[in-house]
Design a protein around this ligand. Sequence first.
Ligand SMILES: [Zn+2]
Length: 367
Amino acid sequence: MKVKKIILSIIAILIIVSSLYIIVNGKNYRYEASNKINIVSSNFASYDFLRAIIGENDNIKLTFLVGPGKDAHGFEPTAKDLITIQNADLFVYVGGEMEQWTDKVLGSIEDGENDNTLDENTEKIIKNIMTANRNSIKTICISKFVETIEEQEIDGAEDEQTYEIEKADNNHITTQNIPDDSQKEIHEHEEGAFDEHIWTSPDNAIKMIQTLEKAMEEIDIQNARTYKINAQNYIEEIQEVDEQIQEIVDNRVRDRLVFADRMPMQYFVNYYDLEVTAAFSGCSTDIEPSASTIAYLENKVKGENIPVILHIELNDGTVAKTIAEGTGANVKQIQTLHNISLKDFNNGETWVSLMKRNIEVLKNALL
Ligand SMILES: [Zn+2]
């Protein structure tokens, strides 16, 4: 009996010690419990490309971190999001002004250098759970694998105008004739900041797929052949959409697209050599244009006989309708793939299917 008691005590001690070990090494415990390769993408385009590359594979869990129906610019990771990243075998992000939080989360910026993106509590969580594990996460800043462009000034864009006025003010030129409401939001461009909306041109989309496919091969060599085939098939689908859009562009009767909205498609516009006028730049937090911006857009539409006024996904097009009423133009939604609506996401829409939707819009706008 005595021996039995001793054995039971030893077993009990072992259980307690191993439980403590599991708590301390929470990551390993969770990883083994799910026994899947965890791939996490902050942004929809990379998520979609990874989904196409991976195909049907029960051993892989793919997570779209920002999630459908949400504005990527206002995103701040929750404690749950941080644990998702912590448990990732691969974390793909875009970076730039849009995702400054990734710098903090991945610990690539020294404490105190950039303290304006996350609240104190979130930072505490990051310090506690991220630092110990960050070496085990493979990260890809996908914007480093494409040719990025600097943020460009967009014709009509209110935040760009304000920026110009600000610069003029610094040089003691003039601050007069500035509409009051245009000063409410000064969009601060970092010197030489790149345009982070990299996924909107087909050539960038293809480079992103090639990069992500290589990463998947490294992580899961057993399925390398499948990843290669899936990536190639998706690249061909993108090339097909590209050809269809190029045909419209080749036959266009006008060059200009007018956005009564933010314009996060500069890579697309440059790729197809189009002109663009917009109420706001791609990453503006302001979506209520001033009276002077509306007047500017109306004049542009009337002056150049623009048939279609665009607004982007997740926007109800109120401003576009206002301008349409005054000009007789039509209102159409263009998919920038910056974000995806919950409905489209649940329907399984992809980069390709959403770009295909743009083909009809571009026909109306350019032909
Ligand atoms: Zn943006």
